[in-house]
Design a protein around this ligand. Structure first.
Ligand SMILES: C[S@@+](CC[C@H](N)C(=O)[O-])C[C@H]1O[C@@H](n2cnc3c(N)ncnc32)[C@H](O)[C@@H]1O
Length: 272
């Protein structure tokens, strides 16, 4: 536990751009204490742990490095460890489509499903949407919170597993990029229905999914928990909504360090 705590504290402090002195100042303790903890030479008092977790907006489990065996993670947890942003600082073109098709002339609520490190969520918040965003990766969420903080916008980042998430609020925009392949085929209808039920009138969904093609190899970093979609399958779940955009694209990618190609279907649909 001590090693995990020490590493987490160092990583969180660096990600927030704080010095040991600044953290110590915020906690009302000496910077030597912070230095001792990070060097694995001692533990903080138990009473101060919630204060440290609150300072970095993480759970106590995340701070201490506890992870239930039952919690499903993906390889992104590891990829998001570095201070660099794995997905860079550009957002997918679909984000601009949202601005064009559903501009926030009034306060609009947007849900980013599988938000990763939060680049799109922060982009939408900067453009005036009221944004909630979830992911299964605690590290991705931490980086999203930091990005929101330095961008001076507010985003409600929360931890959830797409496979058992019950949508609580109603949204004007549901955005999901690069994540729906984690839903097995037999769960897709139910999960998309759930998102549709929580979409306001005239609200939109913009989604992309990885599609299997016989002439393309499976990407080298494809996980056992990822399931390809079929070409056109997205349409099945939106036959009762107005389709405003539907396209299939093939593009180059070098995630995982090996150049490969992806086929992706993109759909934007509007609730009548
Ligand atoms: C390819 S990344 C896309 C991230 C982000 N949407 C973007 O475009 O930058 C896939 C994301 O899905 C998340 N993810 C995988 N399985 C998930 C699940 N069951 N529930 C929620 N998020 C999940 C991963 O942690 C990862 O951040």
């Amino acid at each position: 536990m001590n090693k995990n705590f020490a590493e987490n504290l160092y990583r969180l402090r660096k990600a927030k751009g704080m010095t040991q002195e600044q953290l110590a100042g915020e906690l009302g303790i000496s910077f030597q204490s912070v230095s001792r903890w990070e060097n694995q030479q001692g533990y903080p008092d138990i009473e101060i742990l919630p204060q440290i977790a609150a300072c970095f907006k993480v759970s106590l489990d995340a701070l201490l490095g506890y992870r239930s065996e039952k919690i499903m993670t993906t390889h992104y947890e590891q990829k998001y460890c570095s201070e660099e942003y794995y997905w860079g600082n550009q957002v997918w073109d679909g984000c601009y489509e949202v601005l064009r098709k559903k501009p926030p002339m009034e306060p609009l609520r947007l849900l980013d499903v599988g938000c990763g490190e939060g680049q799109a969520a922060v982009f939408f918040a900067k453009n005036g949407y009221v944004v909630s965003a979830f992911d299964i990766s605690e590290r991705g969420l931490e980086k999203g919170r930091y990005l929101a903080e330095i961008s001076h916008v507010s985003v409600d980042f929360f931890h959830a597993n797409l496979l058992d998430y019950q949508v609580e609020n109603d949204y004007d925009v549901v955005y999901a990029s690069g994540v729906l392949q984690y839903i097995p085929q037999d769960r897709r209808e139910e999960m998309i229905k759930n998102l549709k039920r929580h979409t306001r009138r005239d609200g939109i969904h913009i989604l992309n999914v990885f599609v299997e093609k016989p002439f393309l190899e499976t990407p080298p970093d494809w996980e056992k928990t990822e399931y390809f979609w079929k070409s056109g399958e997205l349409l099945l779940y939106y036959h009762d909504w107005k389709i405003e955009l539907l396209e299939e694209v093939i593009f180059d990618c070098d995630s995982g360090g090996v150049p490969h190609k992806h086929c992706m279907d993109v759909l934007m649909a509007r609730r009548a």
